[in-house]
Design a binder for this molecule. Structure first.
Ligand code: SF4
Length: 347
């Protein structure tokens, strides 16, 4: 199997070059081409000798994702990308343009095995984990495509990042490396459905990233009806793991709460949620759910959403309502890929 050069840190790259009979300092030349200039091929690397390029071509996998389609919102400039991985699997990534900079949401797996009831990404199960280079290249391709710096990254697309733990960790370290793209860890958010042992492990790494927990239900009963993983890791364990993460890293937790019309958006739900997390150093992000074709969810109306927010704020909790980006090119996360494979099937 060829070496995955874009998944190597500078030290590993040095070791790899030695194995090719090269001087390790060449890593200092090569690394910025991969992680700072986001080169698409070895040919582009003007200060690398042809002899070395040839060796690299013969011994390395150079992961570059292929843009299959892109849709752009006329309302806010959001761009939704469908990328093909080297083996032909598809993943989705989204660029959102904010005042504070460009933010990219990436996928961490092809498919997902978590089975959340409101999610299209999981309908066909998990295909495979993404490598660090495949996660990085979603950011790099978009960076190059728009010709502007990407300042924020959220790992919230297809897949459960903590189900691909080692690759995720490597991805974070490479992305935030000051010799590479140097995206501050403070501008990086990882979302999890609540894999408790890995949340605790992540806390021990003492990174400066934000951990976002997909909560979606304020009681064990409600949560497990929406998210099968909650049967394995109960709500109080998940909340304890969040507290542990804050204790170890000093980073405020984000709770993601999908508001599903008639299911978890009532006063009683807000009261239970408030009681569950009040006193924690946290922030709640309310997401009025995007209806998906395969599953029957309705979006709650504006008044219900505002009422829910007000009720939570009475507990002294910091709450925001997620602004819907790219509404005119809608389709909840995971749908782009699904529609594409359906079309392939039809064709
Ligand atoms: S919401 Fe996330 S964890 Fe749950 S099934 Fe979808 S991709 Fe997987």
């Amino acid at each position: 199997m060829k070496a995955d050069i874009k998944s190597m840190n500078q030290e590993e790259l040095g070791g790899f070059l030695i194995s090719l009979g090269e001087k390790p300092f060449r890593a200092k030349q090569l690394y910025p081409w991969l992680h700072k200039k986001h080169a698409e091929s070895f040919e582009e690397m003007t200060d690398i000798s042809n002899k070395l390029k040839e060796k690299l071509i013969n011994s390395c996998e150079f992961t570059v994702l292929k843009q299959v389609s892109v849709q752009q919102s006329r309302q806010d400039g959001t761009r939704k990308y469908l990328f093909a991985l080297p083996d032909g699997n598809m993943v989705e990534s989204v660029l959102m343009r904010y005042k504070h900079g460009n933010s990219v949401c990436i996928s961490s797996q092809a498919g997902c095995r978590m089975g959340c009831r409101f999610c299209a990404s999981t309908l066909d199960g998990l295909v495979r984990n993404l490598t660090p280079s495949e996660m990085l290249d979603q950011v790099y391709r978009i960076w190059r495509d728009i010709g502007e710096r990407v300042s924020h990254v959220v790992v919230m697309g297809m897949g459960e990042p903590l189900d691909n733990y080692e690759n995720l960790l490597k991805f974070i370290r490479l992305l935030s490396d000051e010799n590479g793209s140097s995206i501050s860890q403070r501008n990086l958010t990882v979302s999890t459905c609540g894999i408790v042992p890995n949340m605790r492990k992540l806390a021990e790494e003492r990174l400066q990233i934000t951990l976002a927990l997909s909560l979606h239900g304020a009681t064990q009963e409600k949560r497990q009806a929406l998210m099968p993983i909650a049967k394995k890791y109960e709500i109080h364990q998940v909340v304890e793991a969040c507290k542990y993460y804050f204790q170890k890293t000093g980073r405020r937790i984000t709770f993601e709460y999908n508001l599903l019309g008639g299911e978890n958006d009532k006063d009683e739900d807000a009261r239970q949620l408030g009681a569950l997390i009040s006193g924690m150093n946290c922030h709640v992000n309310l997401i009025p759910v995007n209806p998906i074709r395969e599953r029957d969810y309705v979006q709650p109306d504006k008044d219900t959403v505002l009422n829910f927010k007000n009720k939570l704020e009475k507990y002294g909790i910091n709450v925001t309502i997620r602004r819907e980006m790219g509404r005119d090119i809608d389709g909840a996360c995971g749908q782009l890929r699904k529609r594409f494979s359906e079309r392939q099937g039809e064709g």
